[in-house]
Design a protein around this ligand. Structure first.
Ligand code: CU
Length: 766
């Protein structure tokens, strides 16, 4: 039962929307309500669990009979003889393509002589009912979902061409960090008049007025009484009065995304899970059912603020207790308060790395033109063992190298390298381009360990948004995505009508990712309208070795400048936090200021705070930032393995600076720094004399959202190993908020379940 439901008045079904692309964006008679309605986008088909038994002492479908393939190395191994720091990073054990590489044509590992991309696996067997990566999967609606606000189509900016920013952005001035004209107009970006008039207007700002100053305001509402210069690039969220409901069933399922059969986790029988869509300002209701048989689950909507719904953030041990297995349910109602591309995923242990995730798209104002929205392009490293085994290995000194890399849940594998059940030519993702048209691709890194380098042979990528932040468009040949990061790109189809190209997502090289070397590069086929859609592209990549080895995000000074300008204030408090990877006497794990996080599923931090109980255990890594207006966090990484994609819940943060050694206090673009919800903190530097120069990233955010917000590395093995903290924000206000009762009832159910079924929590829990 959800009490916080101000807009529920009727029901319409959108179930059929997933059946054919022609239904986008056409509504049928189902859309009848004017202001208040609930839109149900229900997918009722979901997986049946395939429980197996095993002799590993842990019952149920965790066990994958194919797990017992030995890792190519044991690393970092168990600490011994007083060793406190891990041994050097291992080299990649296999050559590209593996020992059997001569039997296949790279990069898609097509058996020699086949020369066709004809999937050998029936779709359901490869990745369930998911349709992403199918040639005929639906395009997303250019103008948002039916019944949403209408943002007028913008004219194609004059003078726009590859490599040149759209007008009105200056092209060379302002190197000191003030690239925007002050007090000027930012046409042709949307102005208030382009919002529907007269309908229950924005009551929640995109950015709190307290966080902006000078000539910048946070409102583009035409009726705003502000006397400051309007900032049309900072639109205000509309009040749509729509709630979109998604039934999400988390289950075990046997899948074979790259042709190798394994136990995975799916949502509604799909890998990746169903697309969650909403218009900006809608409410989203998740009705989550845990169809797993012997472990909890919880679903987190990545990047949304969860303002006044922090108990629906979906993080067990922090915001809620886990949902009990065997049919336990939980409803989470929250606002679609950001727009752009994101994803939702299980936050329970490393379940998401087994497949329990899906894309989330929220339609809002556009600042760059495109003709076709190709929808989510989910990239992720992939492993041939199930997640529980991988975590068990990680927590016992055997960090698992990834075995493959996927685009929208698909790739192929050179099967002769393995004794696992494997179908060659299983099927790659395929995309259709129309020559001359501009295509929007919504990139998401949903992986467990790897930094992704995305490119399309022969095409330039124009970046228009990073995470949920619209940015000054910039053009590049390759985009870097740390885990949890998103990037919206526009790709103009400049090829000929019969062309075919490879789309690639390559794992970062050198010490950027841990993979076994056989298949670190995912490919998908891009076919123009007259191309043979079974042909094998013969194109090559121009991404350089240097670009593949850059284990960091793009340059803070020049790339990803937000359209909505939010200057940085002096912080009211600054916290310096050190991350180290070292022995705890038993294993090598991660420490946050000498404390490795370990959560208690039965005692969520937020719910304790609500009850006035602040007696937190040291290993919960709670940082109480009180009622400070602004918080600056100076993160220092002393580790040498796998950069950390640091993700903050409940906020975007400014990225003030990054580098090595001591920070000199210089803020990059202080008038308008890069903002996002996830940013890569680089590896420390391994010096030739054996010493380590630590890396740093400095972030800052405004405390405008009372709650208990995780700040953590999104790399699955690192968060399992303790690289997680909780920023407690305005606890006095938490205590006065009215929480929904069902979040406490969920704990009653979890307590009852775990009283007789104590969970086998082998990791941090998250
Ligand atoms: Cu990490």
């Amino acid at each position: 039962m959800v009490a916080y439901a101000p807009y529920v008045a009727g029901t319409a079904s959108l179930s059929s929307v997933y059946h054919a692309p022609s239904l986008f964006p056409a509504p049928n008679g189902n859309y009848t309500a004017d202001i208040c309605q609930i839109v149900t986008a229900t997918v009722t088909q979901y997986a049946t669990a395939y429980p197996t038994s095993n002799d590993h002492g842990h019952g149920g479908p965790y066990y994958n009979p194919y797990n017992d393939v030995p890792l190519p190395y044991n690393w970092p191994g168990k600490p011994s003889h007083g060793e406190t720091l891990p041994p050097p990073y291992p080299t990649t054990p296999y050559p590209y393509g593996g020992p059997a590489k001569d039997k296949y044509d790279a990069p898609a590992w097509i058996p020699k002589g086949t020369n066709k991309l004809i999937p050998s696996l029936p779709k359901g067997k490869q990745n369930g009912n998911s349709y992403w990566g199918e040639l005929d999967c639906p395009h997303l609606p250019i103008s948002g979902l039916p019944s949403g606000p209408k943002y007028s189509s913008l004219p194609t900016p004059t003078g726009y061409s590859t490599g040149v920013p759209y007008p009105p952005y200056p092209t060379g001035s302002g190197s000191s960090g003030a690239p925007y004209p002050t007090g000027g107009s930012y046409q042709p970006y949307p102005t208030g008049s382009e919002y529907p008039s007269g309908s229950g207007y924005p009551t929640i700002s995109v950015y709190p007025s307290s966080s902006v100053s000078g000539s910048v305001t946070n409102s583009m509402n035409a009726t705003s009484s502000s006397t400051s210069t309007p900032a049309p690039n900072c639109p205000t969220m509309p009040d749509t009065g729509v709630t979109r409901t998604y039934d999400l069933h988390v289950a075990y399922q046997t899948i074979a995304p790259d042709g190798i059969t394994r136990n995975g986790l799916t949502i509604n029988g799909q890998f990746p899970g169903p697309l969650v869509e909403a218009n900006w300002g809608d409410w989203i209701l998740f009705r989550v059912t845990n169809d797993l048989t012997d472990e909890g689950t919880a679903i987190h909507a990545h990047g949304l603020f969860q303002t006044e719904t922090s108990w629906y953030d979906g993080v067990p041990a922090v915001a809620q207790c886990p949902i009990t297995p065997n049919g336990g349910t939980f409803e989470q109602l929250f606002r679609a308060d950001r727009y752009g591309s994101s994803w939702y995923h299980s936050h329970y242990s490393a379940q998401y790395s087994g497949g329990a995730h899906g894309a989330m798209v929220i339609y809002g104002p556009k600042h760059a033109e495109y003709d076709i929205d190709l929808g989510p392009v989910i990239v992720e490293d992939w492993f041939h063992a199930d997640y529980y085994t991988l975590i068990n290995n990680t927590m016992n000194g055997r960090f698992p190298p990834s075995n493959n890399n996927l685009i929208n849940g698909k790739m192929q594998y050179p099967c002769a390298n393995t004794t696992l059940p494997c179908d060659a030519n299983a099927g790659v993702a395929k995309f259709q381009f129309e020559s001359g048209k501009k295509h929007l691709l919504r990139l998401v890194n949903a992986g467990a360990e790897g930094v992704q380098k995305f490119s399309i042979d022969g095409h330039q990528l124009t970046v228009v948004a990073l995470d949920f932040i619209p940015v000054e468009p910039y053009t590049t040949n390759v985009v870097t995505l740390g885990i949890g990061q998103r990037c919206d790109i526009i790709v103009e189809a400049t090829g000929s009508p019969s062309d075919a190209y490879w789309m690639r997502s390559q794992l970062g090289t050198e010490h950027c990712t841990l993979n076994d070397g056989i298949s670190p590069n995912a490919v998908a086929a891009v076919y123009y309208e007259d191309a043979d859609t079974e042909s094998v592209p013969s194109t090559t990549s121009d991404v350089t070795a240097e670009q593949l080895a850059a284990c960091k995000n793009d340059d803070l000074a020049t790339a990803g400048i937000p359209l909505c300008k939010v200057p940085i204030e002096e912080p009211e408090t600054t916290e310096v936090i050190d991350f180290t990877f070292r022995s705890n006497g038993t294993n090598f794990i991660w420490f946050v200021n000498n404390s490795s996080y370990r959560g208690d599923y039965n005692a969520p931090i937020l719910l304790s705070a609500k009850n006035g109980d602040f007696d937190y255990k040291p290993e919960w890594n709670v940082f109480d930032f009180g009622s400070n207006k602004t918080v600056r966090i100076h993160m220092t990484n002393h580790g040498l393995i796998g950069s950390h994609p640091m993700h903050l819940h409940g906020h975007d943060f400014h990225v003030l600076a990054e580098g090595f050694g001591e920070w000199d206090g210089t803020v990059t673009n202080a008038e308008n720094s890069v903002r996002r919800d996830t940013h890569i903190l680089q590896n420390g530097k391994n010096n030739t004399d054996g010493t380590v120069t630590p890396s740093f990233t400095v972030i800052q955010y405004t405390q405008d959202n009372p709650g208990a917000w995780p700040l953590h590395c999104h790399l699955a093995w690192h968060v399992s190993g303790g690289l997680f903290l909780v920023a407690l924000e305005k606890k006095d206000e938490i205590m006065t908020q009215i929480f929904d009762e069902d979040v406490f009832e969920l704990c009653d159910k979890w307590d009852a379940y775990t009283a007789s079924n104590p969970p086998n929590q082998i990791d941090s829990g998250l």
